[in-house]
Design a protein around this ligand. Sequence first.
Ligand SMILES: [Ca+2]
Length: 255
Amino acid sequence: MRWKSLILAILAITTLSASSCEAKVRQYKVKVVKEYPHDEMSYTQGLFFQGDKMIETTGQYGESTLKVVDPATGKAVKKFSFARKYFCEGSAEMDGNIYILTWREKVAFIYDAKTLEYKQTYSYPREGWGLTTDGKNLIASDGSSRLYWLDGQFRQQKALQVKLNGRPLTQLNELEWIDGKIWANVYMTDMIVIINPDNGNVEATVDCTGLLPRHLRDEYTDVLNGIAYNPETKKIYLTGKYWKRLYEVELVEKK
Ligand SMILES: [Ca+2]
């Protein structure tokens, strides 16, 4: 009987330590590897790589654009402006298409990824915030704690609630699929979270405080928003809304 109690106690301790290990969220900060110019007129909403160029979508009524950007210069090689009634949001490329969300217009657009020609408009049931892809589906945020997996016609395949230390984490914004995880900007903060796409748990936080130094900020400078990963070089780039710089960064464990 005593042995049974002892075994049960050992099992309980083992289970407890295993679950506390799972709950441990790693904490990183960023180290700037290189900096590049970024168009300070860009209210960045979507950012991802297409070969050696970046695709950027920008928001605001009257300022919404789809751009092909040379990351070395920050200049647009191609640029399309949207009608004043559209506030563009996140964007992602999948199956030869570029998908673009709008904030509150309840529509989403599809453009040809090669020619950048307009293809189609779909109705969209919720606010559009961030967008990325795992290669099979689009993954969208809407400012809540939820992420939505959508097929190429915006039909919902799956939804997950994102949790940090067991609590729902809202204001998820720009997204990027990096090595099997979802990176998300948390709106109005300097924090990026790294999310497990299978269970929605935040596995790591990335503190980007001070990334854009004070001398590069002015009255128009807005929040951190924009994560792009180049799968060929395995480099990660960050920027923000109306930021004058784009940064190539590396993660450093916080002490
Ligand atoms: Ca992105």
